[in-house]
Ligand binder design. Structure first.
Ligand code: HEC
Ligand code: HEC
Ligand code: HEC
Ligand code: HEC
Length: 510
C-alpha cells in the first residue's frame, strides 16, 4: 500500500515543483580542461567580514569511496539497499549540481554580480552546489579537485564529511554506536525527521555562510521555494521508503510519517530561516556597496544585507500597479500601508502547526512571531529586537517539533490540522501567492497523512475525492502564466476562487 500512496504524493508534488521551479536550461558540463578554465585552488586574501568560521578540518573523501559494487554501487536488483550510488548518479538532480554552474544562467549571474571568479570557481556558489568540507565554508577557498567538484551535491553533503567516519562505518559495531558517538565523527543523522529537514534546509533555505540573497536573485538565481514534504517526495529515494516510514517517532507508527514529515519540516525550515535572519542582523555590513565600476563582489562569502529583501514577499514589490488596486481594497493586516510583508513563504502556516503541538499561540498579537512580523515590516528594523524575538521563536519551534515527534497521531488530530490549515490558508491566500501556495502544499501533504492514518487501501473515499478535486482546482489558480517566472497578477480573482475551494474543504470535513 505504502508504495502506491507514496507514488501519488510524488506525482502531486512533482506537479507543483514543475510549477514553482523555473524552467531548466541545459546543463551539460563543459569540461574545464578543454574550455581552458583550469580549475585552480583559489588563492588570495580571504575577505575578513562575514561568516564566523568554525574550522572542523573535516573534508570529503569523495563519492569514489562509496561507489564500489559491494558497498553502495549495486545495480538495484536487490532493491535500494546497496544501490544508493547508482540511484543518485542516474536519477538525482543533486549529482548535476556542479554542472549547472557552467550554464548560461550561472555565467550571466557571475557577470551581473561582478564576481571576481566564474561561478564554478566561486565558493559563494560551490558551498551549496559542490561542498567539499563540513562545515562547507571552513576556509573560503575551494579545495576540491575537478573530479571531486564534479560530484556536485554528493553523499557527504547530506551524510556528513566522511574523513573520520569512513573507516568506522564499515566495521561491525557501527550499527551499535549511539547517534552521539556517530555525530562526534562528523556523521550526520538523517533518520530523525527534524535533523533530516535541517540537512535539506542548509541549502534549500540557506544558513549563515550559504545564502541565496536578493543579490543572487536579481542576477538570476531561481527562487528557493522549499517545502519539506514536496521536496522529500521529489528526491529519488535511495532508501526503502516503506522501512523509512517506520522510523517516525518513538513507537514506529508508520501511519504518522507523512503528517509528521510535513509538520516537522515546516518547523525546521522556519527555524533555519530564523538563523539566517539573526546572522544578518548581527553581521550586516553597512559599508557594502559596489561603487567603483571596477569593484568586485567577493566570491568567497555571502554578504549579510540588512534588511534583506529575499525574506520579504517577492510579489509584494514585483507586481504591476493597477487602479483601483486589489491590495488597497484588501488592506494590510497588522502592517502600515506600504509596510514590508516579511516571511510570506515560510511562516504563514506556522501558527497552525505550533498550536497543534500545544506549545504556544503564535497568532496572538504579543507572540514573538507577531512581534517579528511587525518589526520586519519597518524600513529599517531594530536589530536587537529582531534577534531577541527570533531566538524566542526558535525555542518554541524546537519544542513544538519534539512534541509532535513524540506523538502517535490519530485521524481526528490530522483532520483537525486539515481544518486548521483550511482556515489559516484562507486568510494567507488573501494576502499573497506565497500564502496560497504554502496552504495548498500543506493541505496536499496533510491529506496524504490522513489517508495513511485512516489505513484506507483501495478506492479513496468520497470525501477524499472531493478534497482532491478542490486541491486540483487550487493548483490551477497558482500556476505561473507561460513566459513568466511569477504569478504575474495574483489579485482578487484567484484569491477569491482559492478561498472558495478552501471553504469547500473545510465544509467537507465538518
Ligand atoms: C544556499 C545555497 C545556494 C547557493 C549559495 C547557491 N545556490 Fe544555486 N541553487 C541552490 C538550490 C537549492 C537550487 C535548486 C532550487 C530548486 O530547485 O528549488 C539551486 C539552483 C540553481 C540553478 C538552477 C539549476 C537548474 O537545474 O536549472 C542555477 C543555475 C544555480 N543554482 C546557480 C548558482 C550560482 C551561479 C550560484 C553562485 C553565484 C549559486 N547558485 C549559489 C542552492 C544554492
Ligand atoms: C540530498 C541528500 C542526500 C544525498 C546527496 C545522499 N543521501 Fe543518502 N540518504 C538521505 C536521506 C534523506 C536518507 C533517508 C533517511 C535515512 O535512512 O537516513 C538517506 C539514506 C541513506 C542510507 C540508508 C538507507 C537505509 O535504508 O538505512 C544510505 C546507506 C545512504 N543514504 C547512502 C548514500 C550514499 C552512498 C550517497 C551518495 C552516493 C547518498 N546517500 C547521498 C539523503 C541523502
Ligand atoms: C549541499 C546542498 C544541498 C543539500 C544538503 C540538499 N540539497 Fe537538494 N539541491 C541542491 C542543489 C544545488 C539543487 C539543484 C541541482 C540542479 O538543479 O542541478 C538541489 C535540487 C534538489 C531537488 C530537485 C529540485 C528540482 O528542481 O526538481 C530536490 C527534490 C531536492 N534538492 C531535495 C532535497 C532534499 C529532500 C534534501 C534533504 C534530504 C536536499 N535536497 C538537500 C542542494 C542541496
Ligand atoms: C522590497 C522590494 C523587493 C522585494 C521584496 C524583492 N525585490 Fe527583487 N528587486 C527589487 C528592486 C528594487 C530590484 C531592481 C529592479 C531594477 O533594477 O529595475 C529588484 C530586482 C529583481 C530582479 C531582477 C530584475 C527583474 O525585474 O527581473 C529579480 C529577478 C528579482 N528582483 C527577484 C526577486 C525575488 C525572487 C524576490 C523574493 C525572494 C524579490 N525579488 C524580492 C525589489 C524587491
Amino acid at each position: 500500500m505504502h508504495w502506491k500512496m507514496t507514488f501519488r504524493i510524488l506525482f502531486t508534488a512533482t506537479a507543483i515543483a514543475g510549477v514553482v521551479v523555473s524552467t531548466r536550461t541545459s546543463s551539460g558540463v563543459e569540461p574545464a580542461e578543454t574550455s581552458g578554465v583550469a580549475l585552480r585552488t583559489a588563492e588570495g586574501a580571504a575577505p575578513t567580514r562575514g561568516v564566523a568560521l568554525q574550522s572542523s578540518g573535516r573534508h570529503f573523501v569523495g563519492v569514489g569511496g562509496c561507489a564500489a559494487a559491494n558497498c553502495h554501487g549495486g545495480d538495484g536488483t536487490k532493491g535500494t539497499v546497496g544501490s544508493e550510488y547508482s540511484i543518485w548518479i542516474q536519477d538525482d538532480k543533486h549529482a548535476e549540481a556542479y554542472s549547472v554552474l557552467y550554464n548560461e544562467t550561472s555565467q550571466r549571474m557571475a557577470k551581473l554580480m561582478k564576481l571576481d571568479k566564474p561561478a564554478h570557481q566561486a565558493a559563494l556558489c560551490l558551498n551549496c552546489h559542490a561542498p567539499q568540507n563540513d562545515p562547507p565554508f571552513a576556509g573560503k577557498n575551494v579545495h576540491g579537485s575537478l573530479s571531486a567538484l564534479l560530484d556536485g551535491v554528493s553523499c557527504e553533503a547530506c551524510h556528513g564529511a566522511a574523513s573520520d567516519w569512513l573507516g568506522p562505518h564499515v566495521r561491525h559495531d557501527w550499527a551499535k554506536q549511539s547517534p552521539e558517538e556517530k555525530a562526534a565523527l562528523g556523521y550526520r543523522e538523517t533518520k530523525n525527521l527534524w535533523d533530516r529537514s535541517k540537512v535539506c534546509a542548509d541549502c534549500h533555505v540557506g544558513e549563515p555562510g550559504r545564502d541565496v540573497n536578493h543579490d543572487l536573485y536579481a542576477a538570476g538565481h531561481p527562487r528557493l521555494f522549499f517545502e519539506m514534504s514536496a521536496f522529500h517526495a521529489n528526491m529519488p529515494a535511495h532508501w526503502d521508503r516503506n522501512d523509512d516510514r517506520g522510523r517516525a517517532g518513538p513507537d514506529r507508527d508508520k501511519s504518522s510519517f507523512e503528517a509528521k514529515l510535513w509538520a516537522i519540516g515546516q518547523l525546521a525550515s522556519a527555524e533555519a530561516a530564523l538563523d539566517l535572519l539573526v546572522h544578518r542582523a548581527e553581521n550586516t555590513r553597512d559599508d557594502f556597496v559596489l561603487q567603483d565600476k571596477n569593484a568586485k563582489y567577493p566570491s568567497g562569502e555571502t554578504v549579510a544585507v540588512w534588511p534583506e529583501f529575499s525574506e520579504t514577499g517577492c510579489f509584494a514589490c514585483h507586481h504591476n500597479l493597477d487602479s483601483p488596486s486589489w491590495r488597497q481594497k484588501r488592506g494590510y493586516t497588522s502592517r502600515n500601508a506600504g509596510g514590508y510583508p516579511w516571511g510570506t513563504w515560510l511562516f504563514p502556516i506556522l501558527p497552525t502547526v505550533v498550536k497543534s503541538s500545544g506549545t504556544s499561540d503564535l497568532a496572538s498579537s504579543d507572540s514573538p512571531l507577531s512581534k517579528l512580523i511587525r518589526e520586519m515590516s519597518r524600513p529599517y528594523p531594530n536589530r536587537k529586537a529582531v534577534v531577541s524575538n527570533a531566538r524566542d521563536l526558535q525555542s518554541i519551534l524546537t519544542k513544538s517539533a519534539a512534541n509532535i515527534d513524540a506523538q502517535r497521531l490519530s485521524a481526528d488530530q490530522i483532520t483537525g490540522w486539515l481544518k486548521g490549515v483550511s482556515v489559516t490558508g484562507n486568510s494567507a491566500s488573501q494576502q499573497s501567492w506565497d500564502g496560497a501556495t504554502q496552504s495548498w502544499l500543506s493541505l496536499t501533504a496533510i491529506h496524504q497523512g490522513l489517508t495513511d492514518v485512516s489505513g484506507s487501501t483501495g478506492q479513496p473515499s468520497e470525501k477524499s475525492q472531493q478534497i482532491n478535486k478542490s486541491l486540483e482546482q487550487i493548483r490551477t489558480h497558482l500556476e505561473f502564466p507561460k513566459g513568466f517566472d511569477s504569478p504575474e497578477t495574483f489579485s482578487s480573482d484567484p484569491a477569491t476562487a482559492i478561498s472558495a475551494e478552501l471553504k469547500k474543504i473545510h465544509d467537507i470535513l465538518e
